[in-house]
Design a protein around this ligand. Sequence first.
Ligand code: M6R
Length: 357
Amino acid sequence: QKNGFDTYMLKEINEQPHVIQETLRGRIFEHSIVLDELKDVDFNKFNKVYYVACGTAYHAGLCGASILERATRLPVLTQVASEFRYNDPIIDEKTLCIFVSQSGETADTLAALKLANEKGCTTIAVTNVLGSTISREAQHTLYTCAGPEIAVASTKAYTTQLVLLTLIALYIADKRGDTVDTDLMEQLNNLPEYVSKLIDDEAIFENYAKTLKDKHDCYFIGRSLDYASVLEGALKLKEVSYVHADAYIAGELKHGPIALIEPGTVVIAVATQPHVAAKTISNIQETIARGAEVILFTVEGQEVSGVENIYYLPNINPLLQSVLVAIPLQLIAYHTACIKGCDVDKPRNLAKSVTVE
Ligand code: M6R
């Protein structure tokens, strides 16, 4: 069932253009978003929104939250489910809670959802598994159409979550009377093609992985939406290749992490958000001055000097860049793991679905 691929992870990475298309199917019609699952919700009654999830799904939640907050100017919070459930969150019937879970069975996410239901919140689940416990407990459920994800490391579930959470954010904004960028909808429709072109560049990312094969550590930096992307990039790298990886907000480097940079340290930087890209690039230069080997992902047209390894992503709407940069970061993690001879589909100590807390 690996369709000729060596591993499920690589097969699932390659399925992304198709499953993103499936997740979009029927949900954009003549420049408006159609989400029948949410048609009975009065989005004007909320004064706060929470995104709650674990692991990779939490990183997708961070992106969804940022897009929703920018579009609606509502206060939006994102929390890891194991914190939310024990932190006595301030939630009530004016709170919208969105739970993200590939499996729909994660124990902490389920407990957090039950708490939100008890407190009178409106609850929405974004999941990949039809009939899963979370899909049944939530008041409204929307499915990503990623198909079964077998590899423990989440890839196609993540990018389809990003796509669906973007659709939900734009739908809510529209229902609340906020202006929604029609160009963005057009570009959403073109995502499968962009993702496919990135996968075609696999050999470039495999080459980047060679830089990492003998390293013990790797640092990821980004700002704004790119911070969520680097959190996910670091998680992917550590879980499949066992290279210690940390992600930092680039602006925090000077507040401590830069002490870790020495000659030969690998820094992977993502700078796709126009309002802060130049700031991140200046942080990169500070690491290069201390001997770091940098790999930079930025967008076509962005001015950069003094960085050797640069990959230019297509210059599409910044809100969609998390979907694009996910592909090279997945492939870097994958190839690093392969070069090191790791079992990419079943990394040590991990389970696909975490049904105990
Ligand atoms: O099934 P879920 O989305 O609720 O799972 C959440 C995490 O356990 C999961 O994303 C985990 O972090 C993956 N191994 C990441 O690749």
